[in-house]
Ligand binder design. Structure first.
Ligand code: CMC
Length: 393
């Protein structure tokens, strides 16, 4: 054994110093580079937020225009990469495809291997921000058996993504600006969240000197889990399973039962113990989208509202400080936008890539950075001698 602090689940261990994102879990506050998430969601688009995260400051008009143009220059995926998709089964989960395809970017952009050069780092960061929407949309098109749609650089970042998702070669797709704005806000709400499991995974992978594309692929793999980014998919599946307001009580009861592994998906957070500010904004986006589409009476929306109301009045949830998190309403919005359930976590990954890669760069440019190497408390057998095979029980 060694004299180490035992902190299972890193409840009280700061793994790094960071200047990117601040969370006050008691106040329900989230700041990117000092700016409140509510103001960023209202006044900036996702690419401005991406610029803010990666550079530390919001862009002025000229910087914004330049950045948009750089990102547009990189939206295409190397044509050989399109063949990579066909190696997957059509019914593969799109997150599995994402892990593979994003990791495979390492095989195409060799300068990414030498990231001691700031210009090389910058180009890899821009490539990731530009290509993730194309990869996500291709994963969807492959899965649904439709032809890939190439990016349209006359459209803004999020409108272009919707074109690649929902357009077909048969007819020109004109994205609805209200829905584009809603999805853009969803991206902003997911862009970064300090040292969560996937970001810590990206940092840990990067601390060994692995290239940025491989590190983001590791982050995507971690995000997939239902306790993390997979919760939006799991939450929608849960709402479908509950099916009717009359069954909410039964599921609340199950969530409280110590002997039942069922948890209320989209509820609870390690850091937020008052409310998740992203969930409040997501609730508003949800109402806007459903209003725009005339779906105010959506069955799942009503069910979610009822579930939230009952849970927030229940002693168990109040005592344990369990509130809706960002994933609670995001599935309903995405479903209304026409995004299939299996793609929800890919949307999260698209947006979080900005945060991951910013955190990666902050780490590898930190003079104090070391390879991440946690220790353990060994609780196994004491030293013993290997018995001959006939003496083994
Ligand atoms: N439903 C029922 N009980 C819950 C829930 C829930 N959703 N979340 C936590 N609890 C209970 C938990 O069983 C524990 O009870 P006890 O003290 O009796 O053992 C107590 O509340 C504390 O929870 P914890 O699991 O120790 O807390 P954690 O910080 O380790 O986990 C969490 C946080 C988000 C993983 C967890 O709340 C959870 O699994 N929620 C459901 C999945 C989910 O919505 N995840 C998305 C998180 S936000 C977006 C993201 O990170 O990607």
């Amino acid at each position: 054994t060694g004299l180490f602090t035992y902190d299972s689940g890193f409840l009280s261990t700061a793994s790094c110093k960071s200047t990117i994102t601040f969370i006050d879990g008691d106040k329900g506050e989230l700041l990117y580079r000092g700016y409140p998430i509510e103001q960023l969601a209202e006044k900036c688009n996702f690419l401005e937020v991406a610029y803010l995260l990666k550079s530390g400051e919001l862009p002025n008009q000229q910087q914004k225009t330049e950045f948009e143009s750089i990102i547009k220059n990189h939206t295409m995926l190397h044509d050989q990469m399109t063949k990579f998709f066909s190696g997957f089964r059509r019914d593969a989960h799109p997150m599995a495809v994402m892990v593979g395809v994003v990791g495979a970017l390492s095989a195409f952009y060799h300068e990414a291997m030498d990231f001691s050069d700031a210009a090389h780092r910058n180009i890899s960061i821009n490539r990731l921000i530009a290509k993730l929407p194309t990869i996500v949309a291709m994963a969807y098109k492959y899965n649904s058996g439709q032809p890939f749609m190439y990016p349209r650089n006359d459209l803004d970042y999020t409108a272009n993504f919707m074109h690649m998702m929902f357009g077909t070669p048969c007819e020109k797709y004109e994205p609805n600006p209200v829905l584009v704005h809603a999805l853009d806000v969803i991206f902003t709400l997911h862009a970064d969240h300090e040292q969560n499991a996937s970001t810590s995974t990206v940092r840990l992978a990067g601390s060994s000197g692995a290239n940025p594309f491989a590190c983001i692929s590791a982050g995507i793999a971690c995000l997939w889990g239902p306790a993390h980014g997979g919760a939006n998919e799991a939450c929608l599946n849960m709402l479908e399973e509950i099916g009717d307001v009359s069954r909410v009580g039964e599921y609340i009861k199950r969530a409280k039962d110590k002997n039942d592994s069922f948890k209320l998906m989209g509820f609870g957070h390690r850091v937020y113990k008052n409310f998740d500010p992203r969930a409040k904004l997501m609730g508003k986006v949800c109402a806007d989208v459903l209003g725009e589409l005339g779906l105010e009476n959506d069955r799942l929306f009503k069910l979610a509202k009822e579930l939230e109301k009952i849970a927030l009045e229940d002693e168990y949830f109040v005592e344990k400080k369990l509130y809706p998190n960002v994933d609670f309403y995001s599935g309903i919005v995405q479903k209304a936008l026409g995004i299939p359930t299996s793609m929800f976590t890919c949307i999260f990954a698209l947006a979080r890539t900005v945060g991951w890669i910013t955190q990666w760069e902050e780490m590898i440019t930190d003079p104090e950075y070391k390879i991440g190497r946690p220790r353990q408390l060994y609780v196994g057998a004491a030293r013993r001698d290997v018995p001959a095979i006939e003496q083994r029980p």
